[in-house]
Unconditional design. Structure first.
Length: 112
């Protein structure tokens, strides 16, 4: 069984035509596909708005169902999802670094 990983979701605005603007959320690795489909100038990346748990090896099937095999193969290659799975793993949400203990004297003054 494949492992679940968390990836960050980005808010995205897509200008489909002069009268249609769509807002959605997608993982960062899906931005390449959207830019190829709609043009760089029509896809605006926003802030991180959440996280999504995914199975890296399952993303190929999910994206093929959403966009079609031809588009996925054109952008990510025709390797049955191996490159896409690598991109998903690289996009894994980073865990926040733990705060380090600060020394008691942070202003540089020496005790007299």
């Amino acid at each position: 069984m494949s492992k679940l990983i968390k990836v960050e979701l980005l808010a995205v605005t897509i200008r489909r035509d002069a009268h249609t603007i769509t807002q959605t959320t997608v993982p960062a690795y899906e931005m390449t596909l959207l830019r190829q489909m709609f043009g760089k100038e029509n896809v605006q990346e926003g802030e991180i708005v959440g996280e999504l748990e995914v199975v890296p090896t399952g993303e190929h099937e999910r994206l093929c169902a959403k966009y079609g095999l031809d588009k996925i193969a054109k952008v990510y290659g025709d390797d049955e999802g191996e490159r896409l799975a690598e991109l998903v793993e690289k996009a894994a949400a980073k865990k926040p670094a733990k705060a380090k203990d600060k020394p008691a004297d942070t202003n540089g003054d020496a005790a007299a």
